[in-house]
Write a protein that binds this ligand. Sequence first.
Ligand code: TYD
Length: 207
Amino acid sequence: MKAKFITLDGIDGAGKSTNLAVIREWFEARALPVVFTREPGGTALGEALREILLNPATHAGLRAETLLMFAARRQHLEDVILPNLANGVNVVSDRFTDATFAYQGGGRGVETADIEILENWVQQGFQPDLTLLLDVPLEVSLARISASREKDRFEQEEADFFTRVRTVYLQRAAAAPARYAVIDSNRDKAVVKAEIEAVLSARLLGE
Ligand code: TYD
C-alpha cells in the first residue's frame, strides 16, 4: 500500500481527540506504519506559531493570521508530511488546509480565491488522500467549548462564527465527496468508532 495522507477536521467540539484515538488503534491493529501530527504545529516552528495563533492575547489581522497558518503548514509539509510519505509511512494530521478555508475563510471572511492562491503556492497541488470531517450541530459544539476550562483565541468566537465555519466544512465535503467522509459525531461513541473504522478499511485498504 502506498503511504496515505489522512486529515481529521471539523468545528471545535466535534470530537477530534476521541476519534484520533480510534484512528490510532485502527493503524496499530493492522501494524501499518503511521505518524500522528497536528496543525497548526507539527514542527518546532509550527508549534511556536501555534502558541501565538491560539493565544487570546495575540492581535492578528485576518490576512496575517492566514499567512501564519500557511507558514506553519509549509514547514510541516517539508519536515514531516512529505518525508514520511516518501518513506512509506502514513501520516494522520489533526487538521489541515480545510481548517483555513473554514476558519479564516468562513469564520473571518478571507476570500476563498485568496486562500486558494496560498494553498497552491504552499502545497503545489498536494492534497490529502482522505479527509474525515467530524460534524456536530452547533449547539453541541458550543456546549463542548463552554465546558472547556481555558478557551483559546478561536474558541472565544461567537456562535455565528462557528455556524460559518461549519457551513464551509460541509460545502467543501459536498463539493469533493471522493476525498471526504463526513462523520456525524453526534451519536454514540461506539457507533462513530465503527463508522470511522469502516471508512478507513474501505478507503485505504479497499476492504
Ligand atoms: P484544535 O485543533 O481544536 O486543538 P485543541 O483540540 O487542542 O483545542 O485547535 C486549533 C485551532 O486552530 C482551532 O480552533 C482551529 C484553528 N485553526 C484555524 O483557524 N486555521 C487553520 O488552518 C488551522 C489548522 C487551525
